[in-house]
Design a protein around this ligand. Structure first.
Ligand SMILES: [Zn+2]
Length: 288
């Protein structure tokens, strides 16, 4: 992990990049584990991510219960328990992103599974689970879909481990799932560092867009055959019919794993572009 000053500058950029790419709007948040004290994590106070501009905008929280370290800390995000419980459970997690990206939301509402449909989101693996907070509400919980306490955050954190990877001591389980959808709410992802978590958030949304467009295109195209479209004229003349007629399918397990391994070494490239994009936009100020 980088030193604190560098890390906070990067965290400001992460807030801006997530907004620039329509992952967060006024809502949604990114946090980082404290580089010098793993029992603390840092995230913006109650502020739209695009407007985070200075290290003074951040609040340091306890991983143990998501309370602010400083007693006079400004108001924070309600859903900081998403972050604290993931840090609590997984030592290897150093950054968490939670958002309600409109491109991803259809997969948290429709019952259609989200799967990687091209190589860059290979980190999605073979299953993106859907967590439903409604199933864990007790008599006193407010049914507003927000993750408001340790119990709810802990339940979400548990979804980052596939059932077959649960061990006798769940606290030692590594998170083998990178993204969890939250029914009627949004999604959460993590990374070993800020750059990886932001990469996963951005490409989760890109994948969702491409999957939706692919499904719509396929359905529209096949539906045209009964609406005056001459399908024979679209037949292949170059022997590609078998390829055109392929089933619409996500990456296989082998493709997803191999793609992730190849992509993991390249995250510096999009990160450099994304920082340059937000630095060139006067909306975003980084006084880190
Ligand atoms: Zn939320």
């Amino acid at each position: 992990m980088a030193n604190l000053t560098t890390l906070l500058t990067t965290l400001i950029s992460a807030n801006h990049i997530l907004h620039y790419h329509s992952i967060v709007d006024a809502y949604g948040h990114v946090s980082v584990r404290h580089p010098d004290d793993g029992s603390h994590f840092i995230m913006s106070g109650n502020r739209a991510p695009a407007l985070v501009s200075s290290p003074d905008d951040f609040v340091t929280y306890q991983v143990s219960n998501a309370s602010a370290v400083e007693p006079d800390a400004p108001k924070g995000y309600i859903e900081r328990y998403i972050h604290s419980e993931i840090y609590k459970r997984f030592d290897d997690v150093n950054c968490v992103v939670h958002a309600h990206a409109p491109d991803v939301l259809p997969y948290a509402t429709s019952g259609v599974p989200l799967r990687p449909v091209f190589h860059l989101p290979g980190f999605l693996g073979t299953e993106v689970p859907v967590w439903d907070i409604e199933t864990i509400y007790n008599e006193t919980d407010k049914h507003d879909m927000l993750v408001r306490n340790e119990r709810q955050g802990g339940s979400l954190a548990g979804m980052f481990v596939a059932p077959e990877n649960q061990t006798a001591d769940p606290a030692t389980s590594a998170p083998n799932r990178r993204v969890v959808l939250m029914r009627k709410h949004g999604f959460t992802t993590w990374g070993p560092d800020i750059e990886t978590a932001v990469f996963r958030a951005v490409f989760t949304a890109t994948n969702a867009r491409v999957q939706t467009d692919s499904a719509l295109l396929r359905n529209a195209f096949s539906g045209m055959s009964g609406s005056g479209m001459n399908m024979d004229a679209w037949a292949s003349t170059d022997g590609q019919d078998a390829l055109y007629n392929n089933d619409f399918e996500p990456l296989t397990a082998e493709q997803a794993a191999a793609a992730q391994s190849s992509n993991d070494g390249t995250i510096d490239r999009p990160w450099g572009l994304w920082v340059a994009e937000v630095e060139a936009n006067p909306l975003y100020k980084n006084n880190g």
